[in-house]
Design a protein around this ligand. Sequence first.
Ligand SMILES: NC(=O)c1ccc[n+]([C@@H]2O[C@H](COP(=O)([O-])OP(=O)(O)OC[C@H]3O[C@@H](n4cnc5c(N)ncnc54)[C@H](O)[C@@H]3O)[C@@H](O)[C@H]2O)c1
Length: 424
Amino acid sequence: MAPIQLLQVGCGGMGLRHIYGLIELRERGFDSFDLIALCDRNASSAEYVAGVAEKGLGIRPRIYSDSRDMLDAERSAEAVNIVTDTAAHHELALLAFEAGLHVVVEKPMALTVRACRTMISASKSAGLVLSVSENYRRDPINRMTKALLESGIIGDIRLSINLFTMGGPDVRQAAAWRHLKNRGGMILDYGVHVSDLTLYMLGDVERVYAETHLWQKTRKIAEPPDRMRKFYQHRVKEDFEEESSIIEASSEDTGVAVLRFISGAIGQITYSDASPGESSDTDIIYGSKGSLRLSVSRSGQPVKVTFLGRSDPVDSNDLLNEIPNFRLDEVTSRIFGSGDRIYQYDSSFDESDRKLIAVELQDFYGAVTSGRSPEVSGDVGLDAVAFSYAILESGHLSRPVVFNDVRQDRINSYQQEINEIINI
Ligand SMILES: NC(=O)c1ccc[n+]([C@@H]2O[C@H](COP(=O)([O-])OP(=O)(O)OC[C@H]3O[C@@H](n4cnc5c(N)ncnc54)[C@H](O)[C@@H]3O)[C@@H](O)[C@H]2O)c1
């Protein structure tokens, strides 16, 4: 099969990381994509990322600063990878479908539930693939976790607790748009990972009750954290980030949600990036026979299963015996390179990050070339966005919401202002 002729829009921090994902694929022997052009409204960002692509892939992609110009000029293109910040996702996807191109788009799939639904219907009417780049579920340890839960190792699921708190007055990951309601605040931007993993591990949610709040009303533009600096150093600040080092936040930074799953299990998700002092990152599921603590995605650490009446967790190696049929898919095992039954791995954040991007892009390749659905299809991507909005809608309305009402866009009063701005 010939490589897919690929365009990429968005050359900020994640845009660069996608190039490392493409290089990883090539180095592992997958000749799946020819990256023919890059677009960013900041030409210098596109130039920088093109340099990295040239070094790692052997060919320098052409550069554009306007996506319409790129779509007009690149007649051999077959697909677009959308890695801009979330506000542009749906508009760019619609343009791509109009031009007859398949689309792979970073999470969150789009700014609102309605925007996601518009993308799904455009992809269906055009008969083109729509795939969402959700990386966390693809971590080999999360694949094993799902197999363990399905095996019934901790019995009937009763309770799931997800707690992520941190503090500080700085903008997250160098980009101030992450604190603006109309551009996708943190409960959408980070929360959508939790939403997708929760639905992946525990199945559909019936209803959600949440309290939400914006505590940190101003934030300071600061250097990205060390781990992210190399990815974001070329990023060009937006005008409003240049004008002042302090920005006004407009999206909720704290949400505490209580969930009822269709299965009957109960759950709780707490997210806050306005909780100074001790931070926490805990994801634990309780069943009738014991508990399962999830691994932090991309850490390579094993899951911890602790049985009723025992204080020590089960030896991680023994966990594999509980799931004799568990196998990673061929692409993941080839890219992670330690066989198809791994319960931990030892790689740096950068390495695991690019491997997971490689896996998701290869899934997109498979969907385009074979006609099958991608794993994280538009419908799956929509569910994760709707779940994050169920929390925000419930907090806004001060009452529980039925998840399906949010997914179907029947409850949308929090999102109304955003839908008006993006004109849908
Ligand atoms: N999966 C993950 O782990 C992960 C991690 C970080 C970011 N992301 C996602 O990746 C996306 C990008 O995030 P980021 O951190 O790279 O943001 P960023 O601000 O660093 O980069 C966004 C880039 O898109 C460009 N851009 C925006 N609109 C454009 C348009 N219409 N045409 C051309 N260029 C345009 C900007 O100029 C900027 O260079 C977001 O959706 C974010 O949620 C995912």
